[in-house]
Design a binder for this molecule. Structure first.
Ligand SMILES: CC(C)=CCC/C(C)=C/CC/C(C)=C/CC/C(C)=C/COP(=O)(O)OP(=O)(O)O
Ligand SMILES: O=P(O)(O)OC[C@@H](O)CO
Ligand SMILES: [Mg+2]
Length: 272
């Protein structure tokens, strides 16, 4: 018998909401208080089970607010296993950072539903979203509509290559600000400025400041943040959330350093 409902693969829905307020509300509230957040990016292809256990044990003493799980090109599809390990060690929320609809995993808490607004490739502005929509609806994941802006970082990044898009020029903060404004006007709830994984130059402070002045949404900044100083500069310029992946994978001393920077910012918020 023909069903009137479109048929999509069955996914086990995440029906137990671990964060009843929703991460979107939490991030907006943090922003309104000037509270900064640290997100650790775990690439399912790159983390080893042992390395992940060490990192997850460490996160208990450091100021990690979120885990992002994803990569532009994932070959092992170990999202479910990585999320299960995170759950074994911590209660920190897990947010998917997907490169395509194959990266949807309902055991996460939420998903950054990226629309690549720095580019002009319709597939990454709306095409992939149409394909993913029924799966996302059934997944029970909290959807975080996010304007994703790639920023030139000196070399071509995986995301720019995979998406076939040109990143925003590094020295054009006004173009970034107008792009962010348009994204906010279209209803996107978060903006993510990304210099790309392992970027040589992180997103410039002047660009973060211009975007901060142009929109009210929380701003996520990532790519090439591999020192406390770079983290400080991004937060000072107006980032609400910083994302760090490669830096933590490569340098075990970075997490305590970043944690100290975040705590310093948040300490002054409490005292203000
Ligand atoms: C609609 C759904 C569910 C998916 C599409 C989402 C869109 C539009 C993505 C934009 C383009 C894209 C490929 C984004 C990837 C973002 C990401 C996970 C970056 C982090 O990965 P990297 O670390 O840069 O990549 P590698 O580790 O693979 O080099
Ligand atoms: O791995 P890094 O350079 O920290 O970048 C994180 C993320 O913003 C990449 O999309
Ligand atoms: Mg990666």
């Amino acid at each position: 018998m023909r069903s009137t409902q479109p048929q999509t693969p069955r996914l086990e829905a995440n029906t137990t909401r671990r964060h009843p307020l929703g991460l979107q509300t939490i991030l907006r509230t943090y922003k309104s208080y000037g509270r900064k957040a640290l997100a650790v990016l775990l690439d399912p292809d790159k983390v080893s089970q042992d390395g992940l256990s060490v990192l997850l044990t460490q996160t208990k003493q450091y100021a990690v607010d979120l885990f992002l799980v994803g990569g532009s090109l994932v070959t092992d599809y170990a999202h479910k296993e990585v999320i299960a390990s995170i759950r074994q060690h911590t209660d920190i929320p897990v947010v998917l950072f997907p490169g395509n609809p194959l990266h949807i995993e309902p055991s996460a808490d939420a998903i950054l539903l990226l629309s690549l607004i720095s580019g002009r490739n319709p597939e990454f502005l709306i095409g992939q979203h149409v394909i993913a929509a029924p799966l996302l609806k059934r997944s029970g994941l909290e959807i975080l509509p996010t304007g994703y802006m790639l920023v030139d970082s000196g070399t071509q990044t995986t995301v720019s290559y995979i998406s076939g898009t040109t990143p925003l020029p590094h020295d054009k903060p006004d173009v970034a600000a107008c792009t962010a404004m348009a994204g906010e006007m279209l209803g996107l709830q978060l903006l993510y400025l990304d210099a790309g994984s392992g970027a040589r130059w992180p997103v410039p402070a002047a660009m973060i400041a211009a975007v901060r002045a142009a929109v009210d949404t929380p701003i996520i900044v990532g790519g090439g943040i591999n020192s406390g100083e770079k983290a400080y500069n991004a937060l000072k310029a107006g980032a609400d959330v910083i994302v760090v992946g490669n830096g933590i994978e490569q340098n075990p001393d970075l997490l305590p350093e970043l944690s100290a920077v975040i705590r310093e910012f948040n300490q002054s918020v409490v005292q203000a």
